[in-house]
Design a protein around this ligand. Structure first.
Ligand code: NAP
Length: 315
């Protein structure tokens, strides 16, 4: 048996096309959505992520601007940047790129973002809206997981779903979204007993762990849908061989040339057992930016559109 590969890149490009159409009609009505990205200092990985987000905005027609306070910026200075963006009507989404420098109180800065502009969906007000099924902004990667399932016609209601990982940014919101879609959900973590047996119950298994290839075929019920959120950089040739053996010559050549490869939390052998599987790269990853674009449009509509969104009421 060989799993159906769920093409996240194609799904993400469909979503971006839909968003671009929405943005064009909103702009024609004088309501072009706008996203502000705050990038503090010079973290190379963060710079790459932010470039990707700004480029995606350009492609779908969303107005974007970048704020680049220096590495030495204080918590108070960053609060002032956020408060200014909160006040500006043409800014619908505010994204504070993490991690912030260690001397900054990150929680305080994130809490200062107006929940109506919190396109990352991390603010406790949006977390509360998600858990009580009220309209709000949903974290991008977890929302992307659900889009992949829905757009691949994989039923969720009534299914046994297991999420491995309980972080605030991936595991918990994925679990909540699956529950809201009427799955029966189990959330696992590093203290879960007999993780393999729990995972083997899953008809939908979501891995959000941060450990390359940890989910081997022993964890997977034959025919299950497996969603691999993990993004791990592998540089050790031994590790590469454990994951791919000699069965991926093109990837091995690229690994040797570059010295690294990006792998998920799911071992490639799972493709022989699962019914459907997201690849890494090209699975969940592309959905994250697509859902950020979607969230920016949603924030603009909820805050400025006809059905104005008030954070106090959640409607
Ligand atoms: P995280 O905050 O480090 O959380 C990892 C979770 O996995 C924790 O709940 C941890 O349990 C659990 N865990 C760790 N080792 C385990 C083990 N041996 N058995 C069972 N559970 C274990 O990571 P995250 O931010 O959620 O990210 C997870 C992965 O998704 C990472 O690879 C990350 O790079 C990737 N990611 C991808 C995207 C994307 O766009 N595709 C976006 C975000 C994150 P405890 O709570 O008990 O410690």
């Amino acid at each position: 048996m060989s799993a159906k590969i769920l093409d996240g890149a194609k799904i993400a490009s469909d979503i971006r096309r839909e968003v671009a159409t929405e943005v064009a009609s909103m702009a024609a009505a004088g309501m072009r959505p706008g996203l502000a990205v705050v990038l503090v200092g010079h973290n190379p990985a963060s710079e790459i992520y932010v470039r990707g987000k700004v480029k995606a905005c350009e492609e779908v027609g969303i107005y974007s601007e970048q704020h680049a306070p220096p590495e030495t910026a204080t918590t108070d200075e960053l609060l002032a940047v956020v408060e200014d963006l909160n006040r500006r009507d043409e800014i619908d989404g505010i994204l504070v790129q993490l991690p912030l420098p260690p001397h900054v109180d990150s929680k305080k800065v994130l809490m200062a973002v107006d929940p109506a502009k919190d396109v990352d969906g991390f603010h406790p007000v949006n977390v509360g809206f998600l858990s009580t099924q009220r309209p709000g902004l949903v974290p991008c990667t977890p929302a992307g997981v659900i889009e992949i399932l829905k757009r691949s016609d994989i039923p969720i209601a009534g299914k046994e779903a297991v999420v491995v990982g309980r972080s605030d940014i991936v595991g918990k919101p994925v679990a909540m979204l699956l529950l809201n879609a009427n799955a029966t959900v189990t959330v696992c973590h590093s203290k879960t007993h007999d993780l393999q047996a729990v995972c083997r119950r899953a008809e939908i298994l979501v891995a959000a762990i941060g450990r390359a290839g940890m989910i081997t075929s022993d964890f997977v019920k034959p025919g299950a849908t497996v969603i691999d959120v993990g993004m791990n950089k592998v540089t050790d040739p031994e590790e590469f061989r454990r994951l791919f053996g000699s069965g991926a010559p093109a990837r091995e050549a690229a690994f040797q040339k570059k010295g690294s490869t990006l792998v998920g939390d799911v071992h490639p052998e799972v493709a022989e057992v699962a019914g459907a599987l997201t690849p890494v790269p090209g699975g969940v990853g592309p959905l994250t930016i697509a859902m950020l674009m979607h969230n920016t449009v949603k924030a603009a509509k909820m805050r400025r559109g006809s059905g104005q969104w008030s954070v106090a009421s959640g409607r």
